[in-house]
Design a protein around this ligand. Structure first.
Ligand code: AGP
Length: 588
């Protein structure tokens, strides 16, 4: 949810931290801050708003040791006081933190009784004061840090610096953190993207470990304090900051990459798909779990496996997974879907399944992630890094791979690949400028809507949910998705003149029923936008899509992704970084 970075060694620490924060801004952008040691003084700068919109380069500093943070607010509003880094009473200790300290209130009360003064509403601020308190008891800094960490309940990735020290102290439990190893410096980050262009050698800070990072690197077990072996790993050097190229926003660039990513799926290793399909076919119960857009892909999987594999699979929103964990056995295949591989709720569900000896299969878009490290089998989509907060190419990639897997379980992979290739061509068609212009016009019509509904049946029920999410998360228009047959069970009371409703009318067995649902809405004054291979009198606005019924979910979502993008532009909003959101939700 937040991005934390650090630099220690030969070089301009401030410059690295600021550039790294800009790369990590997509993880949270309510506020940002940097702290560094200059001479023997600890300096702290922090601001609300996006670092990319402020000129932190103006901060004059010569320093070889710095930490930084870009925040998505959890505890405490978006204010300068709540921005990280947070310090102790004497401003000798500075901390940046990703995660949530669940027991911060009791720790804070206890520290206040001992005279500590707090200036923020955050959970994080207890960390520097706890270290200060433990330092006052003649512990070494490492001991004080370790005692502090053992008092924290919850998830954390932490960087800590002290005014008279030339090392950075880091720790992780339940949140990602890695140390990049450079020739003359060490880089710390919650996201490998920060190391792009600096190093491809990293040390992952595993859960339950802390490290002292300076000229040397030492790793310790938080519980016992015992020193642990340092494990160096290579990260794919192609982990580079995706460039916008000649697109104004990552969102539109990534929408336009979808034909290519779908082609890449068609070319994926046949053996990998068939082996993983057999794994699903032979498991005694496959349980999908995911959040947000990835959950909509998981819900689509229920329909795909029912139709093409004649298999019943279960799906649960990851944060609701605990309600169903009794069904998880050592014969279950837990199938996690996640673009980032860092979504806390999904990680929690995976840990629960692993504790029950279930096999874990993850479909991810990020090759180096916590989820990947927790899984028995990992499939990586070929979508490439997705920077815009809205998931688009990752979503259609997930659908494409789930479609191939479901068909492969029943021996239909070859035909499925051909269908997916056709779908890729259909997506290219939608992205032609004439169609883009038509969608732009629709955005101008809808930009002042207060409410908007989307309906679909069968395969396109999850599409309706995904369409609503895309529109609301980037244009802030209240949009709600329904199964076509459901709107009339209450919500149709909200339909009045000109209320827009997007209807997904694929040329399949649901067509007649969904069109009659459209009539019901129209009869009450609704404005019907049809996403369909054919026009129909009930449509007030028709977005033409190809007739690819097996893969209509992939093709049908693309015009709505484009619509969401232009709605944001029409409303003067940032399509890549919508308010209140972050690309990677690493807190529960
Ligand atoms: C996608 O448009 C949303 N920003 C969000 O719902 C996202 O899909 C969700 O947070 C899950 O993320 P993940 O795929 O990285 O696990």
């Amino acid at each position: 949810m937040c991005g934390i970075v650090g630099f220690v060694g030969k070089g301009d620490a401030k410059k690295f931290v600021i550039e790294a924060l800009k790369k990590l801004e997509y993880r949270g952008y309510d506020s940002w801050g940097i702290s560094f040691v200059e001479g023997n003084n600890l300096r702290v700068f922090k601001e609300t708003g996006k670092i990319s919109e402020i000129f932190p380069e103006k901060i004059q500093a010569k320093t070889r040791l710095a930490i930084g943070h870009t925040r998505w607010a959890t505890h405490g509003g978006v204010t300068k006081l709540n921005a990280h880094p947070h310090t102790d009473c004497k401003q000798n200790i500075a901390v940046v933190h990703n995660g949530i300290i669940n027991n911060f209130e009791s720790l804070k009360t206890d520290l206040e009784k001992k005279g500590h003064k707090f200036i923020s509403e955050t959970d994080t601020e207890v960390i520097p004061h706890l270290v200060e308190e433990n330092l006052n008891k003649n512990n070494s800094l490492l001991e004080a840090f370790q005692i502090t960490l053992n008092k924290l309940q919850g998830d954390f990735a932490i960087c800590l610096i002290v005014s008279k020290e030339n090392k950075i102290y880091v720790a992780a439990s339940g949140c990602p953190l890695a140390i990049g190893i450079g020739k003359d410096a060490k880089y710390i980050s919650s996201d490998l993207l920060a190391f792009a262009g600096f190093t491809s050698e990293v040390v992952f800070v595993r859960d339950g470990t802390m490290a002292e990072v300076g000229e040397n690197l030492k790793i310790y077990d938080i519980k016992t304090g015992n020193e642990k072996k340092v494990v160096f790993q290579k990260i794919p050097t192609q982990i580079h900051q995706a460039e916008r190229g000649n697109f104004k926003h990552f969102l539109f660039k990534e929408i336009n990459e979808q034909p290519k990513t779908l082609e890449k799926i068609v070319a994926m290793d046949q053996k990998e798909i068939e082996t993983n399909a057999a794994l699903i076919r032979n498991s005694f119960g496959t349980f999908f779990t995911a959040c947000g857009t990835a959950y909509h892909a998981a819900l689509s999987a229920e329909y795909l496996f029912a139709r093409f594999a004649k298999m019943h699979v279960n799906t649960a929103i990851a944060s609701e997974f605990p309600a169903f964990e009794n069904f998880i056995t050592d014969k279950t295949l837990l199938f996690a879907i996640s673009q980032s591989g860092e979504t806390a709720d999904v990680i929690e569900a995976v840990k629960t399944a692993r504790a029950k000896k279930a096999k874990v299969f993850s479909l991810l878009n990020n090759p180096d992630s916590t989820l990947g490290r927790l899984s028995d089998v990992v499939m990586i989509t070929p979508a490439g890094r997705e920077i815009a907060v809205l998931s688009t190419k990752a979503f259609t990639s997930q659908l494409g791979i789930l479609y191939l897997l479901s068909c492969a379980t029943a021996g239909g992979l070859d035909k499925a690949k051909k269908n997916l290739k056709d779908a890729s061509k259909s997506v290219s068609e939608i992205l032609k400028s004439s169609n883009i212009d038509q969608i732009k016009k629709l955005a101008q019509k809808l930009k002042n809507s207060k409410n908007l509904f989307t309906i679909g049946r069968g395969f396109n029920f999850p599409t309706a949910l995904e369409a609503a999410l895309k529109i609301k998360e980037v244009s802030y228009i209240h949009a709600e998705g329904f199964a076509g047959g459901e709107l009339k069970h209450g919500t149709i009371a909200l339909i009045e003149k000109d209320v827009p409703c997007i209807v997904f009318a694929a040329n399949d067995e649901t067509k007649d029923a969904i069109l009659s649902n459209a009539q019901e809405i129209k009869a009450r004054g609704g404005y019907i936008i049809g996403v369909s291979p054919k026009n129909h009198p009930v449509f007030d606005y028709w977005l033409k899509v190809a007739d690819v019924s097996d893969l209509s979910p992939i093709v049908n979502i693309v015009p709505i992704q484009v619509l969401a993008y232009f709605l944001a532009l029409e409303k003067g909003l940032d399509p890549d970084k919508p308010r209140n959101l972050a690309k990677s939700v690493t807190v529960k």
